[in-house]
Design a protein around this ligand. Structure first.
Ligand SMILES: NC(=O)c1ccc[n+]([C@@H]2O[C@H](COP(=O)([O-])OP(=O)(O)OC[C@H]3O[C@@H](n4cnc5c(N)ncnc54)[C@H](O)[C@@H]3O)[C@@H](O)[C@H]2O)c1
Length: 320
């Protein structure tokens, strides 16, 4: 597998400066490119502030800041770095024509085995691979804000992306401490489709005057949001019971008449097979042979740890 040493990040905005920071913290040589020196200076200032705060949090030694910054070349020159880069991460404004133009140029300037990754939040990766020479090295790598901290990276191959490119992108993300998952190039990929569905309901509740933004945030953070960093939706459905979920879906559907609450067919199919979740030792996952008890213990271990953090963070709010 090819060694990745030189990384080009295109766009020094909200995401791009964070990418440069992560790569530099991982001892890589980084080129950070934007359209003007003002934007590059802003990016450099943001990275410096982030690193200074890491020192305050005792995650970095003060004398490491200059070393990390020295690994980043801040430049408006796109072509020179594009020729040298083993890995390019495009983080320009979410504008399809702009990204297509950039991939077209990268296709001819970058070395033929350089991996060309995009951080697009929404576009079909096939649109970008289609305009790029050697399109098998084009891949979506969708990070989450703030990129130095949030673990997830959705890895989204285009139809023509080679297995080698996928393997390299996954290995590279793991090497720099990220938590990659391969996803299909479908609208919203995985995370944003779910996140936006939640946001739509939160906004609707406020619009309908049923709760204030503060009330929604308070309930979400202390209820299912509290659990979500420990368990995903399917693990949570298994713990709650598929039949219980179906009953709640049915009630919401009957009362609100909205398609998104129609009880999903997949729930009924599993319920018909006796797969009710933890209580029947099988649901979306198998919990037989002691696995149900082990999962309950894992649940309690993880949630008590989070409860301590939650109480610390919310002490003042609860006892004004
Ligand atoms: N902000 C988020 O939370 C987030 C999360 C995931 C994905 N994304 C995606 O990441 C990408 C970047 O988002 P952002 O929030 O950092 O945007 P941003 O507006 O903060 O930054 C974009 C930067 O790209 C620069 N740019 C534009 N055209 C350029 C060009 N031709 N060459 C070099 N630089 C150029 C702009 O000057 C700007 O500094 C978008 O595709 C966005 O959808 C954003």
């Amino acid at each position: 597998m090819k060694q990745i040493r030189n990384v080009l990040v295109v766009g020094a905005g909200v995401m791009g400066h964070g990418f440069a920071q992560v790569f530099a913290l991982n001892d890589l040589a980084v080129f950070l490119v934007d359209q003007s020196h003002e934007l590059l200076d802003r990016g450099k200032r943001w990275i410096r502030e982030n690193l200074e705060f890491m020192v305050k949090l005792q995650l970095l030694e003060a004398d490491e800041i200059e070393d990390v910054l020295s690994r980043i070349s801040f430049t408006t020159d796109f072509e020179g770095p594009a020729k040298k880069a083993d890995y390019v991460l495009e983080a320009v404004t979410e504008d399809l024509d702009l990204k297509k133009d950039l991939f077209k140029r990268l296709g001819t300037i970058a070395g033929p085995d350089a991996i060309l990754a995009t951080n697009t939040s929404s576009y079909d990766i096939n649109e970008l691979s289609a305009v790029t020479q050697n399109p098998e090295r084009v891949i979506g790598t969708h990070w989450f804000h703030p990129p130095p901290i949030t673990p997830a990276v959705e890895i989204i191959p285009a139809d023509v992306t080679s297995q080698e490119t996928i393997d390299q992108a996954v290995a590279f993300m793991k090497r720099i401490g990220k938590f990659p998952t391969i996803c299909k190039s479908a609208p919203g990929f995985v995370a944003n489709r779910i996140q936006l569905a939640m946001a739509a309901e939160a906004l609707a509740m406020v619009e309908e005057g049923l709760a204030t933004p503060e009330e929604v945030d308070r309930v979400v953070k202390s209820s299912f949001g509290f659990r979500l960093s420990a368990f995903g939706p399917f693990e949570i459905i298994d713990q709650a019971g598929l039949d219980t979920y179906r009953a709640v879906f049915q009630y919401l559907y009957d009362k609100l008449g909205r398609e998104q609450f129609k009880p999903p067919r997949i729930l009924s199919e599993l319920i018909d097979q006796g797969r009710l979740g933890l209580k029947s030792e099988k649901g979306f996952y198998d919990h037989e042979d002691g696995a149900a008890e082990a999962l309950k213990q894992k649940r309690d271990t993880r949630l008590y740890a989070r409860l301590n953090i939650f109480r610390d963070e919310n002490q003042e709010e609860n006892h004004p």
